[in-house]
Design a protein around this ligand. Sequence first.
Ligand SMILES: NC(=O)c1ccc[n+]([C@@H]2O[C@H](COP(=O)([O-])OP(=O)(O)OC[C@H]3O[C@@H](n4cnc5c(N)ncnc54)[C@H](O)[C@@H]3O)[C@@H](O)[C@H]2O)c1
Length: 313
Amino acid sequence: MTQRVLVTGGAGFLGSHLCERLLAEDCDVLCVDNFYTGTKRNVVHLASKPMFELMRHDITFPLYVECDRIYNLACPASPIHYQFDPVQTTKTSVHGAINMLGLAKRTRARILQASTSEVYGDPEVHPQTEDYWGRVNPIGPRSCYDEGKRCAETLFFDYQRQHGLDIKVVRIFNTYGPRMLPNDGRVVSNFIVQALRGEPITLYGDGAQTRSFCYVDDLIDGMVRMMNTPQGFYGPLNLGNPVEFTIRELAEKVLSLTGSKSRIERKPLPQDDPRQRQPDIALAKGKLDWQPKVALEDGLKETVRYFRELLAQ
Ligand SMILES: NC(=O)c1ccc[n+]([C@@H]2O[C@H](COP(=O)([O-])OP(=O)(O)OC[C@H]3O[C@@H](n4cnc5c(N)ncnc54)[C@H](O)[C@@H]3O)[C@@H](O)[C@H]2O)c1
């Protein structure tokens, strides 16, 4: 039987890659998006596929469709976008989760929540394991996202306990790749766009601070593996790349891959620059036999190719 899979936020960065992957596995894919941070351009190449359907819908409103599986990804993910309309951000996480869980309850669909490493807030333990409860400010400018996602997790686990729903929760750490937005303020897209435009690359502090980023293909693979785990394994489960690199290293790699003459411009480290966040992926390794495979250099090449084409349009 062909599986009918609903992907909310399917026209976004991660969602569009997930739709591609599911279509390659012969699923019948319904992509639902309100195009807040996603675009039709991300899925236009899928439009001619008979098993693909695109629906404009805001998940803060109920949705009545038939499906066997739901991947709930709808939610703006970068601070610039989720802070633009913080009330809508919380509504998307909370009302959106209630609506999608209600749909899963009616259709008896298995449902996966795209949660985030932000549920750990400004953590006191490194790297973060899933049993760490987090340290989140409930009233700050980032809270609409962090607390919205935390509440969504609560709803998932309560629907499981109260209604026996077949749930899965993944906590996603920083991910990069083609179809990121060029203006979302993230370091990978920032550096690449600056390099391709010949603008100075802004390096905050001395560039010795480290980050870890997961390439999108690896992340999607982990998400699909989680969805396919036996009933009764709910998570939460971390997905991300524990391999760290310095921001200076990233800037230099981007310069060499783009062949750009941009110079590196140093600026003082912003006060709220997040401290280290790094996933512990032992659970994913054990339960999913999963770990990231794509090297930073290879992932960056694909991402540079994407932005080069985008900026040439
Ligand atoms: N990319 C990352 O590094 C990362 C890290 C942690 C968690 N996540 C989570 O993964 C999911 C996807 O993130 P992304 O990076 O692809 O972001 P994205 O902004 O590219 O995708 C989100 C999609 O959801 C859509 N959307 C937003 N509000 C909606 C609503 N009310 N109704 C319907 N659609 C709506 C947007 O238009 C967009 O297409 C998000 O839930 C995000 O919180 C992503």
